[in-house]
Design a protein around this ligand. Structure first.
Ligand code: SAM
Length: 291
């Protein structure tokens, strides 16, 4: 039985990186009129109370979004992200943090669709309640299922408009998740090769992380980008999170440049010791076609 609850980690350095990248990709997709589907395979609860017990058990958000809240020299990618979080906190005090489905929901246009999957009933129920409070969209725009997000990829792709952004954001509490990610991506690419797939991964001392990344990098015929942020020295055990990364398949052509500007700033601002660093790699040698 797994016990991961995102409420303990919401707004931490890993959420900052993941949500910065997600917002940039979603905004890029909205430059075209044609609608797209946003698929969130591991959706979480959607909204997190940063004044609550869970968030303050280790106050991870304080070293994540908390460090950006009053900063004034933000690179564009980060400023777009911080503006999105500020829009949710009307009092200008940081009390609420939006999860990935919530960020997508705020951007959703009438022609776009959300398909959200969350396996844990308790989290799925909270997410459903949170979504119910947003009445501005017709129910057909959003579909939430209490189901395995890895398996769901096969069911939702390809999308009718042939445009989709897919976020795969497991907790990796179960080591099988590393293999499931690779299989889900293979399934997804077989059905829909031109989708933009975002895979979040932890920087932890586990062989499985490197194995998964190598397998993803060697998938035939794909264009990928990998952004990584390390915030502190790697601990000796397998559990300590010392950073995170996002692996993007079919990245928008704007993403590399925006990350080149944002990652050094994020590494400096989110550093917990002098081992903080960043990495940006891509295999694309030509400008990808717009999606
Ligand atoms: N994507 C969210 C965000 O950025 O706000 C955070 C997601 S959290 C890291 C991972 C979530 O996946 C947890 O809420 C967990 O209950 C859920 N989960 C675990 N296994 C799952 C599965 N096989 N399918 C769907 N959800 C799963």
């Amino acid at each position: 039985m797994f016990s991961y609850r995102h409420g303990f980690h919401a707004g931490n350095h890993a959420d900052v990186l993941k949500h910065c990248v997600l917002l940039e990709v979603l905004k890029y997709y909205q430059e075209k009129e044609t609608g797209f589907v946003y698929v969130d395979t591991h959706a979480g609860a959607g909204l997190y109370d940063l004044t609550g017990k869970w968030a303050n058990t280790r106050s991870e958000y304080a070293d994540g979004i908390g460090r950006l809240w009053s900063a004034t020299d933000l690179p564009w990618l980060v400023s777009e992200y911080v503006s999105a979080i500020k829009a949710l906190n009307a009092s200008h005090e940081l009390t609420l943090y939006p999860g990935s489905p919530w960020l997508a929901l705020q951007l959703l246009r009438s022609q776009d669709r959300l398909k959200l999957f969350e396996l844990l009933s308790a989290e799925a129920d909270v997410l459903a309640n949170n979504l119910d409070q947003q009445r501005r969209l017709p129910p057909r725009a959003i579909k939430l299922e209490r189901a395995d997000g890895f398996a769901a990829i096969k069911a939702v792709l390809p999308p009718p408009t042939r445009r989709a952004v897919i976020l795969i954001d497991p907790a990796y509490e179960n080591k099988q998740d590393y293999r499931s990610v690779v299989q889900a991506i293979k399934d997804g690419l077989t059905r829909f090769a031109t989708g933009c797939y975002l895979i979040w991964y932890p920087r932890v001392n586990r062989l499985q992380v490197d194995q998964m990344l190598k397998q993803l990098q060697h998938l035939p015929g794909i264009q990928w980008l990998q952004a990584e942020l390390t915030v502190c020295k790697a601990p000796t055990d397998q559990h300590g999170l010392f950073g995170s990364g996002v692996f993007v398949i079919n990245p928008p052509y704007t993403l590399h440049k925006q990350l080149q500007l944002a990652l050094p700033w994020l590494a400096k601002t989110l550093a917990q010791d002098n081992h903080a660093s960043w990495k940006l790699r891509a295999n694309a040698t030509e400008t990808p076609k717009p999606h």
